[in-house]
Design a protein around this ligand. Structure first.
Ligand code: ZN
Length: 159
C-alpha cells in the first residue's frame, strides 16, 4: 500500500496526517482538504484563509504517484513548490511544500508500494536500456531470461 505523510503547524503544535492510496473518504477516491466538516477529510479549523472545499489529494495508479488538485470552490491560491496551481493537478514528492491559505504543509514522506516486479540482479539483465523486470510469480524459479535467483532481487516501481 502506498502512503503519503503531511505535516504542518496548527496553533502551537505540529499536526501529521497520513494518506493511503485506497483510504476510505467522504468523496471516494480522493482526500479533500478544507474547512467544511461534512465534505472534507482533513480539516483546518484554525486557518480562515482556507476555503470550505479547497483541494484534494489522490493516488494515480498509472503514474504510481500522489497528486494534488485545487477544487473550484478553493477561493485562494494553492501553491506547490512556489508554483500557483489554478487548474490541473500536480504530483507530490517527498519534500514538496504546499501552501493552502496561510498554512504551509510539508510532504514529509512518500512511500510507493514496490510490489510491481523484481529487478533481475544479473548484470546482463541490468543494462539500463533494457532493464529486465520480472513478474514476482517467477520468484521461486528465477529470472526467465538468465535463470539467476531472484531471492535477493530488488523490487521495481514506476517513477
Ligand atoms: Zn536475468
Amino acid at each position: 500500500m502506498s502512503e503519503l505523510t503531511l505535516e504542518w503547524r496548527e496553533a502551537v503544535k505540529s499536526r501529521i496526517e497520513k494518506i493511503l492510496d485506497q483510504q476510505p473518504s467522504k468523496n471516494p477516491g480522493t482526500i479533500r482538504l478544507g474547512r467544511h466538516p461534512d465534505l472534507c477529510d482533513i480539516l483546518f479549523p484554525n486557518d480562515e484563509k482556507i476555503s470550505r472545499l479547497h483541494a484534494e489529494i489522490f493516488f494515480n495508479c498509472e503514474q504510481n504517484s500522489f497528486y494534488l488538485r485545487k477544487l473550484p470552490e478553493g477561493k485562494r491560491p494553492l501553491i506547490v513548490d512556489g508554483e500557483i496551481i489554478t487548474h490541473g493537478e500536480v504530483s507530490l514528492r517527498q519534500g514538496s511544500t504546499i501552501i493552502l491559505g496561510e498554512t504551509e504543509i510539508k510532504v514529509v514522506a512518500v512511500f510507493v508500494d514496490l510490489a510491481y516486479g523484481l529487478i533481475c540482479p544479473n548484470i546482463k539483465c541490468r543494462n539500463p536500456d533494457k532493464r529486465r523486470i520480472v513478474d514476482p510469480k517467477h520468484l521461486l524459479e528465477g529470472c526467465p531470461w538468465c535463470g539467476t535467483s531472484l531471492a535477493a532481487a530488488q523490487s521495481f516501481h514506476r517513477s
